[in-house]
Write a protein that binds this ligand. Sequence first.
Ligand code: ADP
Ligand code: MG
Length: 399
Amino acid sequence: MLLDTRAMRHLAAEDWKVLAAVEVGTKNHELVPTTLIERLSRLKGGASGVHRSISTLAKANLIGRMKEAKYDGYRLTYGGLDYLALHSHSQRKHVYSVGSRIGVGKESDIMIVADDTGTQLVLKIHRLGRISFRTVKSNRDYLKKNKTGSWMHLSCLAAMKEFAFMQALEAECFPVPHPIANSRHTIVMALVDAPPLRQVSAVPDPAALYAELIGLILRLAQHGLIHGDFNEFNVLIKESRATDPETGEEVVTMTPVLIDFPQMVSMDHLNAEMYFDRDVHCVKHFFERRFHFVPMRPGPFFKDARKTVGRDGARRLDAAVEASGFTKKMAKELDAAIRQQEAAALAKREARGGATSGNDSSGENEDEDDEGDEDEDEDEAEDSPETEGGLEDGKSKGG
Ligand code: ADP
Ligand code: MG
């Protein structure tokens, strides 16, 4: 589904209140009864004002009625959740306008946005549950069984986790985009002007870049962490050029920036070794395939990395993130969903007759579509044109 901000500027303060009321009601009701929406929105005008807003919101597809419902009520749509998040970012002056979409991951949309000084930023919108919503039965079952575990809720957890890790990693000087704000299922972060490693066809010194990437994996381990999806899509490569003052030759330096953290796991995780090995394997496999570079030494191995956790006073970031409010319980809930998504992706790839390893980089086919599975967006997805435009109206009217 795309983000369509056109209706945003037309919403009045009352509409925002009613939308927020539906969101609150959604925490306990799959379908929020209209009477509850009335009570939660606390509009001065009373019920008639609420009904007017409900109709405005429903027309813009920000809330939806359920067919065959036993009572009159509404649920929040992904569009509604997008609006609430954007509204909050705009009120906090982090986002002024929304530009084009630069990436569609399997579980996220990446948009260029700008703040009110015109600085370009990235808005990452988490959309868990997007892959194979219609085709993979187990996904559906999971949703049904988990009443509170709706994909929206899980997407919010994913964003919260990713934001907490980005803050913790930045504090330890890991190369990550500067995290700016988190609201619901979204994150605002700095835009890194650099392509993913996947798009880099040649590097001056593959051995050096390889060592740097493995070094990052080891330093994460020292802080108690495994990235869990360390592949050529999730490493951006910054290139800088300088002239060597002695030889006069141009020197190209390539610096990696790590992104995409919702699946981070602790070095204490039950399957930590598997995740660690998989991250290492991904880097090796890519370097061999793309740069024909094969390292001299085997490893690094999990058992050695395990011994370095906390060494030299390295702060345990798995613990730090938990302290930041992303609790063990939340982590468990999200973990279960992410693993299921992985299984679904794997099942789908196998059904297509593709490769069978865990990460998305594992496809042997180099030309595999980067864009993911856009055609299989979830049921409620409705394609609408991408739009630009200030969010200022929403900001000034918002209550
Ligand atoms: P997903 O979970 O869907 O893989 P990512 O966080 O990996 O989402 O982002 C998807 C793509 O969007 C990345 O491969 C990268 O090309 C681009 N991207 C994400 N964040 C940034 C950023 N801060 N700056 C520049 N490009 C980014
Ligand atoms: Mg990614």
